[in-house]
Design a protein around this ligand. Structure first.
Ligand code: NSS
Length: 432
């Protein structure tokens, strides 16, 4: 090929020039002496127009052989077309077929979710999954930028762990050279060690929970980003969380206009994601539920209906803080004003998306934490290193975890979490 290789999203910079494009046939149609081919190359889709008489007849014959998703190399001249999506069309000159695709299972007709998930390896090529995963990519980039520019150090925490962080009921167990290991539910405990070494750290990776519930909000494998900061208390933790969400959400809005449009996302609520967010205590939340006649008993954890009802009263994400200690993890610090409460906080997204962040201030007193480990029947041996952090220069500290798929689902306005992961893992789905 003699022409420079161009990607579809860069064609606007090649107006009037001939380029070489490489990609897949998204669709094609004929009309008299004209052939139209929609070419998809991963960066976008462009229409290539072929005119009989202007190109050799052999090229026309090749065109007729093309099936959906056949791979091709095309040479053509870029022409401005204001009606087209990317502002350009290409007049086809040469066509080289790399591979004629077999009959493609995904077409324009409606497919059921199960069929699409079983064909996720192909479904990724369709416009909606493509837009969703682009948004995820930009969101992750914004997350890394936020921490990079705010003095945080990335600490990669292990996936094989000897013990539970978030309760023993959702542990994935695996054999580990004659011993037992568990897939990490959260990097938090290790991030705490990191915070004592570096001050401000974050970990970011896959986490695993054997969730047996089949809800639209639970995956068995999901990604979590978890900052942890020495000397932060609960209030400072909420300030960090709201600044972090404002930055990352506004970045996605600015950088993913085209993708949000593909998903027909009403972005007005996302524009509102600006600090500060309303803060309500668990006790206040219970009062709000009462005023809405939603049956709820003090001491229980909120489920999806309660979270939706609470978030409904506000037009931006909210924090709920100071939960009953009984329903929270062993590592949470008790509220000095009322030891029945834990200094934890959740951030609830609007529009029924529920909890996207969970975190709080950590117990920093050695004896208190040691008794909590015992109370919850956890092995002191496995937690001795964690308890050490309270022996050698213990300081107040706090952090949180944000679930990537839950947040991306909210950003994209999609119903089910599974579409926010490239290859989602759920109780009943391990393939592809
Ligand atoms: O259990 S969390 O509420 N909190 C933690 O894991 C803490 N150890 C984090 C920390 O303080 N460093 O989970 C945090 C978030 C939660 O708000 C959800 O957004 C997400 O992780 N999460 C999930 N996403 C998808 N699927 C499942 N099963 C899931 N569980 C939690």
């Amino acid at each position: 090929m003699s022409n420079p290789i161009a990607s579809v999203n860069q064609l606007i910079h090649h107006l009037g020039k001939s380029v070489s494009l490489r990609g897949w046939v998204y669709s094609k149609r004929s009309s008299g002496k004209i052939r139209f081919l929609m070419l998809r190359d991963g960066t976008g889709i462009v229409q290539i127009v072929w005119m009989k008489g202007q190109i050799p007849d052999t090229t026309f014959e090749l065109f007729d052989k093309l099936t959906q998703e056949s791979s091709v190399i095309i040479e053509g001249k870029v022409r401005e077309d204001k009606r087209a999506k990317g502002g350009v069309e290409v007049d086809g000159e040469k066509l080289e077929i790399l591979h004629i695709a077999e009959e493609y299972p995904i077409g324009p007709k409606e497919h059921g979710p199960d069929f699409l998930l079983s064909n996720r390896h192909l479904w990724l090529r369709s416009i909606r999954p493509h837009a969703t995963l682009k948004i995820r990519d930009r969101f992750v980039k914004a997350i890394r930028d936020f921490f990079d520019t705010n003095g945080f150090t990335l600490i990669d925490t292990p996936i094989f762990t000897p013990s539970a962080c978030e309760g023993t009921t959702t542990l994935f167990e695996t054999e580990y050279f004659g011993d037992k290991a568990y897939l990490s539910q959260s990097g938090q405990l290790y991030a705490e060690a990191g915070a004592m070494a570096f001050g401000k750290v974050y970990c970011f990776g896959p986490t695993f929970r054997a969730e047996k519930s089949k809800t639209r909000r639970h995956l068995t494998e999901f990604w979590m980003v978890e900052p942890e900061v020495a000397f932060n208390d609960l209030d400072a933790n909420m300030v960090l969380a709201e600044q972090f969400l404002e930055y990352t959400v506004q970045k996605v809005l600015a950088e993913c206009k085209a993708e949000l449009e593909v998903l027909q996302r009403d972005t007005s609520k996302l524009q509102n994601v600006r600090a500060p967010f309303p803060r309500i205590s668990y006790n206040e939340a219970v009062e709000i539920l009462k005023s809405k006649n939603i049956p709820f008993e003090w001491g229980n954890d909120f489920g999806a209906p309660e979270e939706t009802a609470l978030a409904e009263s506000f037009d931006k994400p909210i924090f709920v803080h100071r939960f009953p200690a009984k329903i929270k993890a062993f590592y949470m610090k008790a509220d000095p004003a009322n030891p029945e409460l834990a200094l934890g906080m959740d951030c609830l997204a609007p529009e029924g998306y529920g909890e996207i962040i969970g975190g709080g201030q950590r117990e920093d007193d050695y004896q208190t934490l040691r008794s909590k480990v015992k109370e919850q029947g956890l092995s002191e041996e496995n937690f001795s290193w964690y308890l050490d952090l309270r022996k050698y220069g213990s300081v107040p500290h706090a952090g949180f975890g944000l679930g990537i798929e839950r947040t991306v689902a909210w950003l994209c306005g999609i119903e089910h979490l599974r579409e926010a992961a490239a290859f989602p893992r759920m109780m009943y789905r391990l393939r592809p």
